[in-house]
Design a protein around this ligand. Structure first.
Ligand code: AMP
Length: 590
């Protein structure tokens, strides 16, 4: 039921009083975007004036944008590495922020093979919480009745460590789920999850997934939305159901929890939820034992109105698969965020994935935008529709003019706040889940494996390219190799090439290896050896499509279907990594 019309918002009639307040807040922030940004930067500069970092640039007490921009350089993580290391090692002096750094958020972006450590301060949790609190009020404008049921969300905590100085280092969502803000959240009829906190907070990913899936099945008719943070996570949940439906159905039939679920708090809370239900167990067996899983989400959870999952950026590769499993349900991409800072939300969450735009909220941080190909950063309100920019942030936690690495295109404005299409992340060649591999990391991995190949059988890698194969769940990296086998030389054995796969995996960054080992969200790397002359054909193909002969370079990653098909039609043998690469939660020191 819509509330009294005097509360109406330009975004639409709010569903309840609380929503009206949230929508008014969005209006206020986006109408006054420039003033909000100006005041926010001044506040950051005032409170951090005595930090070592800001003192270095001799702002002389100035808090205005012009002075700030003229005196401070735009930086990357590597520029800040010494300061971050000192904080990690236990230096508690105000280096970046006047407020104590409460923890490090470990980004999925890496530096020297390890996750970047993003400093954060306690109050940032409130800012993130504030952005979360705006999501349902916007969604309620488009999908009525979400207070009449629940959300089946697959949410996970990941392993965390402590820095040498004793600060926690963990992913931003792990930090959020473990916080009181999440664990003791007040009841909100619009935001009820089927997953109990005990299941979400269980560090064992199998037990966590198993119990979340079980709760989702038990409460299947209440489920109105199904989600995970990223598309890859939701597909992993579907894969999990494919592998384990029979055990889940047995538990439902008997009313007793599988003995592999040993976490005491899960067992305790499931004892209240799990009751024998013969009919439900039979239904699940009937639906899951068929070969055809098309539309499985709506068959099992028939009241689902939409999928809540990010399918923009690197996740767009999963749209067709999600469409298949969900029978074409809308996919809502609700927010755009990072470990550095949460950026904004999608004010039109039911739009098609290809049309999704995020409105950056001017109260989250101070934002600047470097036009692609240009150097002078412009203000949030000054970006131009149709142009692409690289995002730069200045945060309360002490990142100043920091390049996030995301490329965004302006699609329009809500009031004076611009809306952005996420174009891509800079320098990412391959990505399956949260892993991001750039060209130099891939090059290094191929070099290391080539050394092994040369040592074992005298063979060299003449050319290579790569492909993120997501046709199976989980997806995996494919390396196409053309080998230089001279006359009279032996072909490398299957065993050697399989070990080359593992050697490459060992060389890739820690996020890749964590996905492989701990999350099981990336499958074994594959080498497909192609016959001699294949890369010449690839060049001929590119030239026939207009590439210049003089400037032609072998693409180090391919995704254009005809090229992948050409490569696949020339494959002479395929080899998979025979084991898991090495990974532990501990970081390697530089
Ligand atoms: P992390 O710091 O590991 O949380 O990763 C943050 C990065 O994930 C962002 O800088 C983006 O590159 C990407 N990302 C986050 N939200 C979205 C989104 N809604 N669409 C596309 N990419 C996103």
């Amino acid at each position: 039921m819509a509330v009294d019309s005097s509360l109406s918002s330009p975004l639409g009639p709010p569903a309840c009083e609380k929503d009206a307040k949230a929508l008014r807040f969005i209006e206020e922030m986006t109408r006054n975007a420039d003033t909000v940004q100006e005041n926010l930067l001044a506040e950051i500069l005032r409170r951090n004036a005595e930090t070592e970092y800001l003192r270095r640039f001799k702002l002389g007490g100035a808090t205005d944008r012009d002075t700030f921009k003229s005196k401070l350089p735009i930086i990357t993580y590597e520029d800040l590495q010494p300061e971050i290391q000192r904080i990690a090692d236990g230096d508690r002096s105000p280096i970046l922020s006047a407020h104590p750094i409460s923890e490090f958020l470990t980004s999925s972006g890496t530096s020297a093979g390890e996750r970047k450590l993003m400093p954060t301060i306690q109050e940032e949790l409130d800012r993130r919480q504030l952005l979360y609190s705006l999501l349902m009020p916007v969604m309620n404008l488009y999908v009525p009745g979400l207070d009449k049921g629940k959300g089946l969300y697959f949410l996970f905590v990941k392993s965390e460590t402590k820095t040498p100085g004793g600060l926690p280092a963990r992913p931003v969502l792990t930090s959020y789920y473990k916080s009181d803000k999440f664990r003791s959240r007040p009841y909100d009829p619009y935001n009820v999850y089927t997953s109990p906190n005990e299941a979400i907070l269980c560090p064992d990913s199998f037990q966590s997934m198993y119990s979340q899936m079980l709760c989702g099945l038990l409460d299947r008719l209440s489920v109105l939305r199904v989600g995970a943070v990223f598309a890859s996570g939701l597909l992993r949940a579907i894969r999990f159901l494919q592998l384990h439906w029979s055990r889940l159905a047995n538990d439902i039939e008997s009313g007793s929890l599988d003995s592999e679920i040993t976490d005491p708090s899960i067992r305790q809370c499931m004892s209240d939820i799990l009751k024998p239900d013969q009919k439900l167990a039979e239904f699940i067996r009937r639906e899951c034992e068929t070969e055809n899983w098309e539309g499985i989400i709506t068959r099992i959870w028939p009241n689902t109105k939409y999928l809540d999952v990010i399918v923009t950026g690197a996740m767009a590769q999963y749209i067709p698969t999600l469409e298949y499993y969900s029978g074409g349900l809308p996919m809502a991409c609700t927010m755009y965020a990072s470990s550095e800072c949460y950026f904004g939300l999608n004010l039109n969450p039911m739009s098609k994935p290809s049309e999704v735009s995020y409105t950056i909220m001017p109260n989250m941080a101070y934002f600047e935008f470097i036009p692609l190909g240009g150097s002078k950063a412009v203000e949030l309100v000054d970006v131009k529709i149709g142009k692409e920019y690289e995002l730069v942030v200045t945060t309360y936690a002490g990142l100043c003019r920091y390049r996030v690495g995301d490329i965004l295109r302006v699609t329009g404005f809500h009031n004076s706040a611009p809306q952005f299409h996420f174009v891509r992340r800079k320098n990412v060649l391959l990505s399956i889940d949260s892993d991001k591999t750039d060209e130099s990391e891939l090059q290094k991995a191929v070099e290391n494996a080539s050394k092994l190949l040369l040592k074992e059988c005298g063979t060299r890698v003449a050319e290579y390219t790569s492909y993120a194969d997501t046709s199976t769940i989980p997806g995996h990296y494919v390396l196409y190799w053309e080998l230089l086998v001279r006359e009279g030389e032996r072909q490398p054995s299957h065993d050697t090439l399989a070990r080359c796969c593992l050697e490459m995996e060992e060389s890739l960054n820690s996020v890749y290896r964590q996905c492989r080992v701990a999350d099981n969200s990336v499958g074994p790397l594959e080498i497909r050896v192609v016959r001699n002359g294949t890369f010449e054909e690839l060049m001929d193909y590119a030239i026939s499509r207009g590439a210049s002969i003089n400037q032609y370079k072998v693409p180090r990653c391919v995704n254009f279907t005809p090229i992948v098909e050409l490569l696949d039609s020339r494959v002479v043998s395929a080899h998979f990594s025979p084991a898991l690469p090495h990974w532990t939660p501990e970081r390697r020191r530089r």
